[in-house]
Design a protein around this ligand. Structure first.
Ligand SMILES: Cc1cc2nc3c(=O)[nH]c(=O)nc-3n(C[C@H](O)[C@H](O)[C@H](O)COP(=O)(O)OP(=O)(O)OC[C@H]3O[C@@H](n4cnc5c(N)ncnc54)[C@H](O)[C@@H]3O)c2cc1C
Ligand code: FES
Length: 289
């Protein structure tokens, strides 16, 4: 998969299972069950030299509770910190919920492939995200906005069940302030508040009305399966080929480095060959995916 050449050369620790130590810099509550965390390596040299590519993930540990896989949701151009965003769903994320600035957590990575940002150059881009799936899209949005001159029109379509379920809601206006960049935000029918200034409607419907598309357009679509199921035909009808539409998949993972066999789908290991795939690749995967 294509990536940012500047990311090459990141030195991983000699034992791939040994977490590196990071200090939590800040924690932001995004919704009732989602928080985002900024952290930096305790070793300032490691922080300065660390590189990753947008679309990659890390395995984060809360000591005493265990490890969880979270996308690196900040841009690969931010060298002073790493960011992740998580939903509280179980044992490890419950333990992360209480993490405070100044505490030490563990990190392994960066792992996985990345978004085809070089392939995207010169093309119009559509980012489609639903609910908690904004973090893996956010890193790509910031990356493209920070290299704004390399890309054509950028459209972000972001939806959640209700206004209270939008994550990184405070960044949507910042994105829209960039040249040739449009942010279309929506909540499901019934999910608006009196002061909501966005749309009301499901993401695929809003996407169909957004007027995006054409053979020069590429898309990144991440969200609940039902959102993807109905957004894909909209994009294909708008002229996007399946190999120009990418997504980031989630599957159970353990090692993150292609050793435990936990994450394979057919012949592909999501932790190594994924988590980023084009829909041409996804449609060729076994049906139980
Ligand atoms: C490549 C990748 C990127 C991910 N990025 C993020 C992210 O940025 N933010 C985020 O919040 N989560 C992300 N996840 C999912 C996250 O890893 C799990 O939600 C987390 O590990 C659950 O840990 P837990 O111990 O709290 O929950 P557990 O106690 O293990 O499980 C609680 C519930 O969550 C379900 N669950 C656990 N792991 C997964 C999974 N991988 N996929 C779907 N359901 C799962 C279980 O079936 C169970 O219902 C990602 C997963 C992958 C594979
Ligand atoms: S998570 Fe172990 S092989 Fe992919």
């Amino acid at each position: 998969m294509n990536g940012d050449p500047a990311a090459e050369g990141t030195l991983a620790p000699s034992d791939p299972y040994l977490p590196e130590l990071m200090e939590v810099v800040s924690v932001t509550q995004q919704t009732s069950d989602v928080k985002s965390v900024r952290a930096r390596f305790l070793d300032p040299d490691r922080q300065r030299d660390f590189r990753f590519r947008v679309g990659q993930f890390g395995i984060w540990s809360r000591f005493g509770a265990g490890e969880s896989v979270f996308n690196l949701c900040g841009s690969s151009t931010w060298h002073d910190r790493l960011e992740f965003c998580f939903r509280r769903v179980g044992k490890v994320t419950d333990a992360f919920w209480g993490v405070q600035p100044g505490e030490v957590i563990g990190f392994r990575g960066p792992y996985g492939n990345s978004y085809p940002v070089q392939e995207w150059e010169g093309r119009d881009l559509v980012f489609v995200a639903g609910g908690i799936a904004m973090p893996p899209v956010r890193c790509a949005i910031w990356y493209c906005l920070e290299h704004r001159e390399r890309f054509g029109e950028i459209t972000v379509v972001y939806g959640a069940r209700s206004v209270a379920d939008l994550v990184f809601a405070d960044e949507l206006d910042q994105w829209a302030a960039h040249p040739r960049t449009r942010v279309v935000k929506t909540v499901d029918p019934g999910g608006r508040t009196p002061d909501w200034d966005g749309l009301e409607g499901f993401v695929p419907t809003v996407l169909a009305e957004a007027g995006v598309g054409g053979a020069d357009t590429s898309a990144l679509v991440v969200g609940p399966p039902v959102m993807i199921k109905y957004s894909l035909p909209v994009l294909m009808e708008a002229g996007l080929a399946p190999n120009r539409i990418h997504s980031s998949l989630e599957n159970r993972m353990k090692c993150g480095i292609g050793r435990c066999g936990r994450c394979n789908v057919g012949g592909t290991y999501l932790c190594k060959q994924g988590p980023v795939y084009s829909f041409e690749e996804i449609m060729a995967m076994p049906a139980d995916m």
